[in-house]
Ligand binder design. Structure first.
Ligand code: GCV
Length: 692
């Protein structure tokens, strides 16, 4: 990855195209938010140059080398002068980065105890006098923390912040911050919209290092490199060696490899007669497999498992529970410090009357039955990554079990890599949702970070949207969702607008009108998407490849893959009755939510049809009838989609033409799609309404 400036310095032309008509050098998007383009404001740049004259990283480990290289690349690109790496500060303005153990200068500062409190990944960024000279110290107990601090320092310059004086201390709120790649071993990607996998071509792909840099810059520390619909071959020796080669590239950047495991691997690749988790031969097989993996990948993170879900094998095939299944793998990796992330995305082989109740029903009774190194991995909502869902009722309902939240960065149900939808507001809605697990003041974020239930192991996983497309994510704005996921995984309390602001300045430049316009587009995009696709709590009005509107879709394979299963639109009304008079799904939430959501009047409009089947003439808080409100929402969404496109057009000539045109083309398609969604859904519902 090279910034515009770095093109000159490092003579590497991967990311830039010839100058376009707009005057700005065209960009491919490959550099993501690490473009390091020169600071334009001369007085500010001069101040930065005085405060950053040289880099002092004395460590020689691969992690230290990577940190030093990034500082050099970043500072040289941003400041437009060579910022050399030296052994000792000779003048003021040294950037000293490292740990007390690999930097004698940092060791003498007396910060060791304070750094220990911030942990291996926490860091301080502080202006200090070192050997009588003014310097900036980036210090951590661990090498990963020093690297995160270096990226933070670069981000300050990238976003135009002051760097002298500095006194910043940070540590992540969640321990395991993973990207889950649904990458298949044949190089295809399930729900991938940005080209093929860079993990599973024949040879180890060069871009993995740049992927690692990008992840380290936002604090991602784990990657599940194969799909949860796991091919058992991933656990065979040749592919484990390939995983080990990938792990070696990721390791200096503080990223551990995890693998999705197929529960039937003992039979399918081990030649055993059973996969029964209570069978000693099965337990031995998993132990030996774990030992083999750790010989190749000493810092292997662990297994992610999708079991008894969508046709995947699992412990229930043998009359055992999810805890039995998770524990046999957990025991295998425990001696090596590994973990198991056991997914709660389950729904019955026989279709339930209300599919969203299934995970809670299966997992709550198992609270306390999982080994300490098991996480139960729970999607943000109880259905499946819809544009809007209530939070999953398992959050706050398993106090004795470590939970990992699974978010989806790839926009399977949100316009894929064609629609511009900034997902941070949706994730914030999830983090901030009150669970009432311990009364008021127990939002999902406090369940996740362990504070509300006293949990020590924490984590979050995002289903990645990356592929081999030049710009990694297909849509240039898909990058924003990757970025925002990492930043919010580090600290769920960050504001979506602030994260957007950072990303825009680093990715598109800091001209005020560019920042303001893009920020407003991003801010409005998710709600617009909800309005023109599935407003008022509607969900799953879709089928096929999960892109186009299909409210009529009836899937012969399963009723709960159909749209009418969820919307129940007919002459009497529309919506899924999940109240006590209906499926009783409200009972899975704590009081007072279950009371509020049991009655339409106390259910927020955004979730109305998730919880209620209401007559068409039901009157909403707006004073409009339900039908009129639906029409109003769809029309408003269409107008807003057009508004995104119109605002983008104001940026012509202000950003590089290549990315301008690429985004414009997608926004045009998005406007057209928004109208198609409205027209199809309203026509369908109108017919249902009239079928009295
Ligand atoms: C990996 C949804 C997706 C599937 C995905 C599944 C899951 O159903 O459509 O592609 O499979 O979720 O999360 O396991």
């Amino acid at each position: 990855m090279t910034g515009r400036r770095a093109l000159v310095v490092f003579a590497c032309a991967t990311a830039l195209l010839p100058i376009g008509a707009g005057g700005a050098a065209a960009e491919t998007g490959y550099d993501l938010w690490l473009r390091y383009s020169p600071v334009g404001d001369a007085p500010r740049r001069d101040a930065y140059r005085l405060a950053a004259t040289a880099i002092v990283v004395t460590g020689r480990s691969p992690a230290s080398e990577a940190t030093a290289a990034e500082l050099r690349r970043g500072l040289t690109g941003l400041l437009g002068v060579d910022v050399p790496r030296i052994e000792r500060p000779r003048a003021s303005g040294a950037i000293i980065a490292g740990t007390p153990s690999n930097s004698p200068l940092i060791a003498t500062l007396g910060w060791t105890d304070a750094l220990a409190r911030l942990g291996e990944e926490g860091y301080v960024l502080r202006s200090a006098t070192v050997g009588g000279l003014r310097a900036t110290v980036i210090a951590s107990k661990g090498q990963a923390g020093a690297m995160y601090g270096a990226f933070h320092f670069l981000r300050l310059i990238q976003t135009g912040q002051p760097i002298d004086p500095l006194d910043i201390a940070e540590k992540p709120r969640l321990d395991r911050r993973l990207l889950d790649h649904w990458d298949n071993l044949d190089g295809s990607i399930e729900r991938g919209y940005a080209g093929r996998s860079f993990f599973w071509p024949e040879r180890v792909d060069d871009r993995i290092r740049d992927y690692a840099r990008a992840n380290a810059s936002i604090g991602i520390n784990g990657a599940v490199i194969n799909s949860v619909n796991a091919n058992p071959q991933s656990l065979t020796p040749p592919l484990l060696e390939k995983s080990a080669a990938i792990a070696a590239i990721l390791r200096p950047y503080g990223i551990r490899v995890y693998l999705a495991a197929n529960f039937a691997a003992p039979r399918m690749i081990g030649g055993l007669a059973t996969n029964d988790p209570r069978d000693p031969a099965v337990a031995r097989w998993w132990r030996e497999k774990a030992d083999e993996i750790y010989r190749l990948i000493p810092d292997f993170g662990g297994f992610v498992v999708k079991a008894n879900s969508e046709g995947q094998p699992g412990p229930q095939d043998y009359g055992r529970t999810h805890a039995d299944g998770a524990n046999v793998l957990a025991d295998a990796v425990a001696p090596h410090g590994g973990v198991v992330m056991w997914r709660a995305f389950v729904y019955n082989a026989d279709v339930d009357p209300d599919r969203v109740k299934r995970a809670y029903a299966e997992f709550v009774p198992l609270d306390g039955a999982f080994r300490p190194n098991v996480f139960v991995q729970v999607k943000n909502g109880p259905l499946d990554f819809q544009p809007r869902e209530p939070f999953h009722p398992l959050f706050g309902a398993m106090p004795k079990t470590s939970l990992v939240a699974e978010l989806q960065i790839t926009q399977e149900y949100l316009g894929q890599s064609t629609h511009l939808v900034y997902l941070a507001p949706m994730w914030k809605e999830f983090f901030d949702a009150e669970t009432y697990a311990k009364g008021p003041g127990s939002p999902v974020a406090t369940v996740l970070d362990g504070s509300v239930e006293g949990k020590r192991q924490t984590g979050i996983a995002g289903v990645a949207n990356t592929g081999r497309d030049a710009n990694w994510t297909g849509h240039d704005f898909g990058q924003a969702n990757w970025y925002a996921f990492g930043r919010l995984a580090w600290n769920p309390a960050l504001r979506a607008e602030d994260v957007a602001d950072e990303w825009i300045r680093m990715t598109w430049g800091d001209a005020p009108d560019v920042v303001t316009t893009i920020r407003s587009i991003m801010r409005d995009s998710r709600e617009a998407y909800v309005r023109y696709t599935m407003p008022l709590g509607l969900h799953h009005l879709i089928g096929g490849d999960h892109y186009a509107p299909m409210p009529e879709n009836t899937d012969p394979r399963r009723a709960d893959w159909s749209a009418p299963y969820y919307h129940h639109a007919d002459a009497t009304g529309i919506g899924f009755d999940r109240t006590r008079g209906g499926s009783r799904a409200v009972e899975q939430y704590r009081a007072p939510l279950r009371e509020w959501w049991n009655a339409p009047a106390t259910t927020p409009d955004e979730l109305l049809l998730w919880f209620h089947h209401l007559p068409w003439d039901y009157r909403l808080k707006s004073g409009r009838t339900l039908w009129d409100e639906l029409v109003f929402s769809y029309n408003r969404g269409v107008d807003e989609a057009r508004g995104l496109e119109q605002r983008w057009r104001m940026l012509r000539g202000k950003i590089d033409d290549a990315r301008y045109e690429a985004v414009l083309a997608r926004l045009q398609r998005q406007s057209a799609d928004a109208s198609a969604w409205r027209d199809k859904c309203l026509r369908y519902f109108e017919r249902a309404r009239g079928s009295r």
